[in-house]
Design a protein around this ligand. Structure first.
Ligand code: ADP
Length: 501
């Protein structure tokens, strides 16, 4: 059983038992959020908007986003409750006893290693699972979470009438009916065939019985699910014609908010570095994730996380550039692209992509060296980080095409000399974008696109009046002659590093 959390009877008291909105269980691996806190949060949000005289009647459509991978277990009869919501009560009161599982597993959960192994084994190995679903098995991915609930609490699973993702759960509250899971968030479950956009029966069977019925049919991310429930019309003054557009996950919503075009890559240079890619022809690998694209159902997006981002750059700045970003920039300016063949891997902590740790430096002759002169060290860390981004993006099917843009965001995107290396390694211009609240903005764009998608309007057309990203730097002419061969060398040396670790 996984019930080591007690649930007090008021939401205030329940909230007090959480930390940062979550329960970390005694095993330190299981992480859940009381589902009723999310319902209460929506009550609070809508009441506050009403109090500040937000004019709900002007809304033509709405959409939203939820943290990826988390899941909600609706109890038998909950759909009737959704369809008969009384506007005299708060959502929290209405849905108080509508859930078979009180604590929803969320993305921070890492307790399903056994279920992951079982799923990979049942489909023929991790690469086979990635080929079908876009990712090898991950503990937080919803299929493995469902498998654990079925195994540990079979009674709760049996009582479950419908399983939603956090995104489709909130959409259901607005719709007054079970809302479909959208293709994009659905591809973070290890259950959906990303090529056919249907549940993979093989994966469903490996996780739990009767799962197809409990998940419902997935739909394109721009789908109109229906009009908003009469509850919102009566209680908050929504227009009864206001349409609910499928909700999606936070990462896909961010991609929409950043307005990536076909062939673009967005690189976030923050505490960790993340790359978001637009991919036409995906090649799932054991590292990184391929999801269906939230703004174009015929395309894909991929997500790659690099743990050693700004903290690693800061460490090299402190040790080799007098603790100063200005000195760091000077070092980049006074060394040449390709670093005269010197190349390094800087993984202060165990990296995710690739799963390697340690600092590994190589000379032009591919010999290991224990240190580089200061300037060479600075360029090596930045070139190594940017080469890794291009290498792993290409492994997943990304191609630098004519017109490809690199959109940079995060703290280090304020450094033009770092952006110059990024532009040179990708041989593409770098633009800077403001991504504050990009997931929310993305949902506003998607809500508008959903209204017009049926008449053939593309997402790009819907958002074309929004401010364009700013060009920060162009790549150096013919720079691919330097970084093309260096990329191949990076991958060869990475094999050595992996073998040594
Ligand atoms: P988070 O991922 O935590 O949101 P941010 O995107 O805000 O992080 O980035 C913070 C990081 O930006 C800091 O750790 C710092 O190393 C880095 N940073 C700030 N200014 C510069 C600069 N001029 N050059 C390079 N890195 C910078």
């Amino acid at each position: 059983m996984i019930r080591d959390i007690t649930y007090p009877c008021t939401w205030e008291a329940t909230y007090q038992t959480t930390q940062g909105g979550v329960h970390v269980h005694d095993d330190k691996l299981t992480v859940t959020t009381p589902v009723l806190l999310w319902v209460k949060a929506l009550d609070i949000l809508l009441e506050r908007m009403k109090t500040s005289n937000f004019d709900f009647s002007k809304l033509k459509s709405l959409s939203g986003t939820g943290q990826q991978h988390g899941s909600v277990y609706w109890k038998e009869g909950a759909n009737q409750t959704l369809k008969n919501m009384s506007s005299d009560h708060s959502l929290h009161q209405i849905f108080e006893s509508s859930f078979a599982v009180k604590g929803s597993p969320i993305w921070m959960d890492s307790s399903t290693t056994a279920e992951c192994q079982q799923l990979e084994k049942s489909v023929g190995g991790p690469q086979k699972l990635a080929d079908i679903t876009g990712s090898r098995a991950y503990e937080r991915f919803t299929g493995n979470q469902i498998a654990k609930i079925n195994k540990k609490n079979p009674e709760d699973y049996k009582k479950t009438e419908r399983i939603s993702l956090v995104s489709s759960f909130v959409a259901s509250l607005f719709l007054g009916d079970y809302a479909a899971i959208d293709y994009s968030d659905g591809s973070g479950m290890n259950l959906m065939d990303i090529h056919t956009h249907e549940w993979s029966q093989q994966c469903l069977d490996a996780c739990a019985p009767d799962l197809k019925e409990k998940l419902g049919v997935p739909l394109p991310s721009h789908s109109i699910l229906g009009p908003v429930s009469p509850y919102y019309v009566k209680r908050f003054g929504f227009n009864s014609e206001c349409k609910v557009i499928a909700f999606t996950g936070d990462n896909p919503a961010s991609l929409a908010g950043m307005r990536l075009h076909q062939g673009d890559i967005a690189v976030s240079l923050g505490t960790s570095d993340t790359a978001f890619l637009w991919i036409q022809d995906p090649k799932p690998t054991l590292e990184g994730h391929v999801f269906c694209n939230p703004v174009d159902s015929s395309a894909y997006m991929a997500l790659i996380c690099f743990k050693n981002g700004s903290l690693t750059r800061e460490k090299v700045r402190d040790e080799s550039a007098s603790r100063s970003w200005d000195e760091f920039a000077k070092a980049l300016k006074t060394t040449c692209p390709g670093n005269n063949g010197n190349l390094g891997f800087y993984f202060d902590v165990m990296e995710i992509t690739p799963a390697v740790v340690g600092i590994h430096r190589f000379s032009a002759k591919n010999c290991r060296v224990s240190e580089f002169p200061n300037g060479v060290e600075v360029r090596a860390v930045i070139e190594g980080q940017m080469l890794a981004k291009r290498a792993y993006a290409e492994k997943l099917g990304f191609k630098v095409l004519k017109g490809t843009r690199v959109l940079a965001t995060g703290g280090a995107s304020s450094n033009p000399d770092i952006l110059k290396v990024l532009a040179d390694v990708f041989n593409a211009p770098v633009y800077t974008i403001d991504t504050a609240n990009s997931a929310c903005l993305g949902c506003a764009y998607r809500a508008k696109h959903g209204l017009h998608a049926a008449s053939g309007q593309s997402f790009a057309d819907t958002v074309k009046i929004a401010a364009a990203p700013k060009l920060a730097v162009n790549p150096t002419c013919e720079i691919d002659k330097v970084y093309g061969p260096m990329l191949a060398r990076y991958l060869e040396l990475e094999k050595l590093v992996r073998n040594d670790c």
